[in-house]
Design a protein around this ligand. Structure first.
Ligand code: UPG
Length: 465
């Protein structure tokens, strides 16, 4: 079967960029991205590609090339389902905030709604592709909904998890390490797998397209993220040990990473990992393991999250301790709010939790981030539900200029590793701060020696100070 028309439900950080790249690489396939959020679709359709809702280097050009040719953004979900052969589900699956599995399990409400909508609308056979990261065995939930429509339409369910990292989405999609496709090992299932292989094979070398059964594919996605997060927690745990010895975490990471069995990537000590995936996926892994009674497995992976929470808390405490155990009424400038550089995504960003901790101590936080909008900062803080939104607005200012953010501050905390921070005029910043002027570099991106020469008191994670 040759795919002629694809629809993707969900125009977010995964659906938007992934479909834009498919459309670019497969001009013969019509790709329609649908979402019920009208404002979001309008933004994807904005004639000025600088206004598309996801900031990713290079994405604007990719969208501009295909939009209106074979790439469309629309709110007509039914229409798009009806006319496509293949439907990707790329909606969010946040951690449940209520009921059974609260705080651990993934909330599959949106997935189920998608499946029901497909069941209601589809008049011809479809291949349904899970793109969202999902707990193992979700495909069977989708299948059971789709198999009971009584309409005679038949569905194949594939798992095709996305491995792109934000900030490098376009690069990762154009040149992926691997593409993973899981499906039923029946004749029909294998045909569906082949149809999706043929889509990717238009630009991905065939040996990088892995095919598996559905469960392996679903589990691989969760565990790939768990492994990555585990590396960050491992190096972060050692950063604390370094601070109590004379070791330097950057040197240790380099030495460890030079072993070709270990490799140099993902060994950067930080204030803690964030993002929409790591925590959610590990919590899911923990939940699934516990549900099978595998308590040792669950405890093992849970520790990765505990270490991450500790790292965020430890950073905030370090600030408080260094400022003579009180930050009440003191201005602390945050450079960065996004969970990593080159994205405007703030989900689970360490900055949110560090700010929360400092607000408990009644600090004033002035936030500057090159890409995050003011409203988003307050949405993130309000979502924590630890204080009223009036209080959040009273204690936090979001500032459009980094020098303004730092003016009159007792301390600067670097929460995101934006490259531009290195280029600031740090002498000018120093002159406008209260003394002693502190810098807490939660990403180890600034030149600590240079800052110390200017007069700053500098703390970099895991290094002797
Ligand atoms: N991080 C560190 N130190 C490192 C590497 C990363 O602190 O050495 C932090 C980083 O700052 C960020 C978090 O870890 O806060 C996650 O980073 P990254 O993995 O680069 O970004 P994501 O966009 O969250 O991508 C992850 C997986 C990707 C997957 C996606 C969604 O890397 O493969 O598709 O999550 O599941």
């Amino acid at each position: 079967m040759k795919v002629k028309s694809i629809c993707c439900i969900g125009a977010g950080y995964v659906g938007g960029p992934t479909m834009a790249v498919i459309a670019k690489k497969c001009p013969g396939i019509k790709v329609t991205v649908v979402d019920i959020n009208e404002a979001r679709i309008a933004a994807w359709n904005d004639p000025d590609v600088n206004n598309i809702p996801v900031y990713e280097p290079g994405l604007g050009e990719v969208v501009a090339e295909s939009r209106g040719r074979n790439l469309f953004f629309s709110t007509d979900v039914d229409g798009a389902i009806d006319e496509s052969d293949m439907i990707f589900i790329s909606v969010n699956t946040p951690t449940k905030t209520y009921g059974e599995g609260k705080g651990l399990a993934a909330d599959l409400k949106w997935i189920e709604l998608c499946a029901r909508q497909i069941a209601r609308v589809a008049k011809s056979d479809k291949i349904v592709v899970e793109k969202s990261t999902l707990p193992v065995r979700t495909a069977s939930t989708i299948k059971s909904i789709l198999d009971h429509t009584g309409s005679g339409v038949s569905f194949q369910i594939l798992s095709n998890p996305e491995f792109l990292a934000e900030g490098t989405a376009v690069e990762d999609l154009m040149d992926p390490d691997r593409v993973l496709i899981g499906g039923d090992q029946t004749e029909e299932g294998l045909k569906a797998i082949q149809a999706l292989v043929d889509v990717y094979a238009q630009w991905v070398p065939r040996e990088r397209i892995l095919t598996t059964n559905v469960w392996s594919s679903e589990l691989s996605k969760l565990t790939a993220n768990a492994f990555l997060a585990q590396r960050v927690s491992s190096i972060n745990s050692l950063s604390e040990l370094c601070e109590h010895t004379e070791a330097d975490i950057n040197e240790v990471a380099r030495a460890i990473g030079s072993d070709s069995r270990i490799g140099p990537k993902f060994l950067k000590a930080s204030v803690g990992f964030g993002g929409s995936c790591f925590q959610k996926d590990i919590l899911n892994l923990v939940y699934i393991s516990r549900s099978y009674g595998l308590n040792e497995v669950a405890d093992y992976w849970e520790q990765v999250i505990q270490m991450n929470d500790h790292q965020k808390r430890r950073f905030a405490k370090k600030i408080i301790r260094s400022l003579y155990n009180t930050v009440n009424g003191k201005k602390i400038a945050f450079l960065g709010w996004a969970f990593k550089k080159d994205t405007n995504d703030t989900r689970e960003s360490a900055a949110i939790y560090v700010a929360d901790h400092l607000l408990f101590e009644q600090a004033h936080v002035a936030v500057y981030d090159p890409k995050v909008k003011e409203e988003q900062v307050f949405v993130d803080m309000d979502y924590l539900n630890t204080r009223s939104s009036e209080e959040n607005r009273k204690y936090i200012d979001v500032v459009e200029d980094p020098y303004e953010a730092c003016k009159g501050a007792h301390a600067i905390a670097v929460l995101t590793e934006w490259d531009v921070f290195k280029q600031y005029d740090w002498s000018k910043i120093y002159d406008n701060m209260l003394k002693p002027a502190h810098v807490f570099d939660g990403r180890n991106v600034l030149d600590a020696e240079k800052l110390r020469k200017i007069g700053f008191q500098v703390y970099s994670i895991g290094t002797p100070s």
